[in-house]
Design a protein around this ligand. Structure first.
Ligand SMILES: Cc1cc2nc3c(=O)[nH]c(=O)nc-3n(C[C@H](O)[C@H](O)[C@H](O)COP(=O)(O)OP(=O)(O)OC[C@H]3O[C@@H](n4cnc5c(N)ncnc54)[C@H](O)[C@@H]3O)c2cc1C
Length: 289
């Protein structure tokens, strides 16, 4: 099927894009990689009067920066670009691990990191990863710039804190210390499908003991779900099989997913526990390597 008729805008500057979004308001949608928006328009699950294509707003928004304190991923960084970045793999391996499992390479070639975050599919990998990394979201509009923590960015299924005139300009995370270890685990019925559930775990480990921990699950709630009970459980504990087993039970009890034709609620809850256990086993291996 073809999309319903819309007016296409291709601004050449960020300011021009923001002015268009201000003037067009609710009638406009941002087009980044088009890997979620175009299928929705083609299937007529979504309708827009105006598309504001941000792909030409400048090379500055198409490269990540790995600063001394902060790593920043601007709006036009493609998923595949970051997946192939040696610097990202060294500093943010949890993101690289998750990116390998997002859709297929053709989709990752065009799809952007920020587009996936702005789309906010609860089963998507990247919202949970950026939540576990404690990311900060920079939102730009003609009114100015504001920053929002991950906890306040994802509001509901396909719903974020972005106002209609705002662009997700970039997402940033703190540069990790040498004692940060992380892992991403998911299960999907076919490679490239959305996961039935996934978990991102980011820990700080000193002498085999967990000194800080963030765990975020995908596919089990309308937004990425922080597994705070499980985080509390592992804090101050030595990594190892006993901790993995306890964390599995806690995570399973903490989530309350819904069931659908792909998996029952009970299955998704059990899966979440198993994935937490496996991610902690990965972290144990990395910390002891
Ligand atoms: C067959 C298929 C399988 C897929 N499987 C997976 C999967 O397993 N896991 C997964 O996570 N994703 C999957 N995806 C989705 C894919 O990752 C998309 O690339 C991503 O969700 C959207 O990124 P995009 O840059 O293409 O955004 P677009 O499609 O251009 O936009 C998506 C939405 O976000 C808004 N938007 C985009 N960028 C911005 C911005 N900077 N500021 C404000 N709003 C913005 C748009 O207006 C739109 O509402 C799949 C897609 C397809 C077609």
């Amino acid at each position: 099927m073809k999309p319903a008729r819309f007016t296409y805008h291709a601004p050449r500057e960020l300011d021009e894009a923001l002015e268009l979004l201000r003037d067009l308001g609710d009638d406009a949608k941002v087009l980044a990689g088009g890997q979620s928006l175009m299928p929705m328009l083609n299937f007529r699950l979504a309708h827009v009067e105006h598309l504001v294509d941000i792909n030409r707003i400048g090379a500055r928004w198409a490269s990540p920066t790995f600063g001394e304190d902060t790593i920043t991923i601007p709006a036009l960084v493609r998923q595949r670009q970051l997946e192939r970045s040696a610097e990202a793999a060294r500093l943010l391996p949890v993101l690289t691990e998750a990116l390998h499992q997002v859709a297929h390479p053709q989709i990752r070639n065009r799809g952007t990191i920020c587009g996936s975050l702005a789309h906010a599919d609860p089963a998507a990998e990247l919202p949970s990863v950026l939540t576990a990394l404690g990311a900060t979201f920079t939102l730009a509009s003609a009114r100015g710039i504001r920053t929002v923590p991950a906890a306040d960015f994802f509001l509901f299924h396909l719903t974020t804190a972005l106002e209609p005139d705002e662009l997700l300009l970039e997402v940033s995370v703190g540069r990790p210390g040498a004692n940060q270890y992380s892992a991403f685990r998911e299960f999907a019925t076919r490679r490239g499908d959305f996961a039935l559930a996934g978990v991102a775990v980011v820990c700080e480990v000193d002498d085999g003991v967990v000194t800080a921990c963030r765990i975020a699950a995908a596919g089990v709630a309308p937004t990425p779900q922080r597994l705070t009970d499980t985080e509390q459980l592992v804090l101050g504990q030595p990594l190892g099989p006993d901790l993995g087993a306890a964390a599995e039970a806690t995570a399973r009890a903490q989530v309350d997913p819904t069931g659908d034709i792909h998996a029952s609620a009970e299955y998704r809850a059990r899966l979440t526990g198993v994935l937490v256990k496996r991610a902690l086993a990965d972290i144990t291996e990395k910390a002891h390597a």
